[in-house]
Design a protein around this ligand. Structure first.
Ligand SMILES: Nc1ncnc2c1ncn2[C@@H]1O[C@H](COP(=O)(O)OP(=O)(O)O)[C@@H](O)[C@H]1O
Ligand SMILES: [Mg+2]
Length: 259
C-alpha cells in the first residue's frame, strides 16, 4: 500500500442478485491528487461511490481511509453519516436538491450545517451567526464565479438540467472535507461552465490540497485536470495510468467503442 494514499479500495466486489457490479476492484487514491474514474455506462462507477460512502456494504474487500493523523482506518461497511464525518463528501449523479428550498438555501443546507437547536449552539449564538454569514458569503461567491447569482432565489423546478447539476456539485464543494467524490459533475453543463467548474476544482486541489475522485463521461475535459485515471469495464478494473497513457491504451478505446 502506498503511503501517500488517502483512500485504498482493496479487492472490493458488489453483487446485485447475481449481477457482478464490481469485481475485485483495487484502487488507490493518492492524497492531494485529482483522480478520474471512467468507463462505459454500467461499468460500476456509481456503485463504487455507493460502496465507498456506505450506501451499500461491499460483498467482499476492504476500504481503508487515512485520517488526518496519518493512520489508516477501516471504513468498510460504515454508514454514510460516519463516512461523511471522516471528511469524505460525495455528490450524486442524479442530483438530490431539496425541491422546496431555493438555490441559495440548498447551498446553505450542507450536512455540516444541520446543527439543530442544541443548548450549546444557542449559547454560542454569536459564533453561530458569524458562521452562517460566512456560509452565505461563500455560497454567493460561488454563484458569482459561475455567473449564476440570478438563480439564487429560484427553486430547483425552475432551473435547467445543467444548473441543477451545477448546484448539486457546488453543494458538495460548500462542505469542508478532505476527499470529494464527484459523480459526473460536468453532465449537462455547457462548455464554458464545465471549464469554470474544472478550474474551481483545480484551484481547490492546488491551493488547499484537497483530493478529488471524479467520475466523468466527458473524458477529454476530465483529462485536462486529472493527475491519474482508473478505467472500469463490466465491474472490473480495465486500466490505470496518466491521462496520456489512458488515451493511447487500445483496451480503453475498444471498451468505449463497444458501448
Ligand atoms: N441498486 C441496484 N440494484 C440492482 N442493480 C444495480 C443497482 N445499482 C447498480 N446496478 C447495476 O450495476 C451495474 C453498474 O451500475 P453503475 O454503478 O450505476 O454504473 P455506472 O455508474 O458506471 O454507469 C449496472 O448493471 C446497474 O444496472
Ligand atoms: Mg453512474
Amino acid at each position: 500500500m502506498k503511503e501517500d494514499a488517502i483512500l485504498v479500495i482493496n479487492e472490493v466486489s458488489k453483487y446485485f442478485e447475481g449481477l457482478k457490479a464490481l469485481s475485485k476492484v483495487t484502487i488507490e487514491i493518492p492524497e492531494k491528487c485529482i483522480v478520474g474514474l471512467i468507463g462505459p455506462n454500467g461499468s460500476g462507477k456509481t456503485t463504487l461511490f455507493n460502496v465507498i460512502t456506505g450506501f451499500y456494504p461491499p460483498d467482499e474487500g476492504k476500504i481503508l481511509y487515512k485520517t488526518l493523523s496519518g493512520i489508516f482506518v477501516d471504513i468498510t461497511g460504515l454508514n454514510p453519516h460516519e463516512v461523511f464525518k471522516m471528511g469524505v463528501i460525495r455528490t450524486f449523479q442524479i442530483p438530490r436538491l431539496f425541491p422546496s428550498l431555493t438555490v441559495l438555501e440548498n447551498l446553505l443546507i450542507t450536512p455540516l450545517n444541520q446543527r439543530g437547536e442544541s443548548v450549546v449552539n444557542s449559547l454560542r449564538r454569536s459564533k453561530w451567526l458569524r458562521e452562517e454569514e460566512e456560509l452565505v458569503h461563500r455560497a454567493v461567491n460561488l454563484l458569482k464565479t459561475f455567473n449564476r447569482l440570478n438563480i439564487a432565489s429560484k427553486y430547483p423546478s425552475e432551473l435547467s438540467i445543467g444548473d441543477i447539476k451545477l448546484i448539486e456539485t457546488l453543494r458538495g464543494l460548500m462542505t469542508p472535507a478532505r476527499l470529494y467524490l464527484l459523480d459526473e459533475p460536468l453532465a449537462g453543463l455547457d462548455l464554458h461552465t464545465a471549464r469554470s467548474l474544472l478550474r474551481l476544482i483545480w484551484k481547490l486541489n492546488k491551493n488547499h490540497g484537497l483530493t478529488f475522485l471524479i467520475v466523468e463521461h466527458r473524458v477529454d475535459l476530465l483529462m485536462e485536470i486529472a493527475d491519474f485515471i482508473y478505467v472500469l469495464h463490466n465491474g472490473s478494473l480495465l486500466a490505470s495510468g496518466t491521462p496520456g497513457e489512458i488515451i493511447n491504451d487500445p483496451k480503453v478505446v475498444r471498451a468505449y467503442i463497444g458501448e
